[in-house]
Design a protein around this ligand. Sequence first.
Ligand code: KMH
Ligand code: ZN
Length: 277
Amino acid sequence: MAASTLITVAPTGAEADKAQVPALPVTLDELVATAKECEAAGAAVIHVHIRDRTAQPTLDRALLTDTVAALRAGTDLIVQLSTGGAVTDGFADRLGVLDAAPDACSLTCGTVNFGDAVFSNPWTFIKELYQLTQERQVVPEFELFDLGHVATLHRLLGEFGPPAGGHVHCDLVMGVPGGMPGDVATLAAAVAALPAGATWSATGIGRTTLPVLFGALGAGGHLRVGMEDTLSFARGRPVARNAELVERAAELARLAQRSPMGPAEARDFLGIPARPA
Ligand code: KMH
Ligand code: ZN
């Protein structure tokens, strides 16, 4: 079992509406302030979606580049850009995310129903994105929303070899309406199917947040938390700040005798080179 816990914060996502969720960080200043607070609370990775001036999701490359620079200037966090974007984003724009030269990026290993929409990730797109991560040396995190995505991950590694950085780290995204359920039995089945040597984080969407968090800690996994995944801290109590989700995850990790990893240890763990001084 890992001696420490990697905590990723996913503070914004592409789905929540700022008008209904004022605490959601959508401007660059809000994002950097959130990132600093979450780093202090124990996060080592930030999974980033950005919004435009009207708080709508965007994959604008200049804004993504500015975001990477601002997060690097303000924190030591590993900057992981989303290549999933919003369900309405096209494949070319999603590939273009790598032009912002992040440390890491998400790479979803299959299509999944996503509420009333479809999050589209056909094999042709997956392999193109994967090869681009290898070419640009951007470390991918394999996002797995369903057990079939684990099979696709095996196929990807079998056909194209190991990722940039040489280490396979996955994120089980559980409880999406249309994906695998967020419960401990499913978590155990997904973990058992992962490639040998792979490490993993897990996150449970909405009310599956806590069962997945406790299950992941107990099974030796790592944690992703944040307002991308849940807007409720407890029944009837909205999340006030992303950092309170990180604080709770860090506290539970400490109770499990697996303290949060700092960003330098996390870079080593994920195969991401140290930032140039
Ligand atoms: N917003 C979802 C449609 C990712 O960041 O790579 C996709 C998503 C996954 O959030
Ligand atoms: Zn995301």
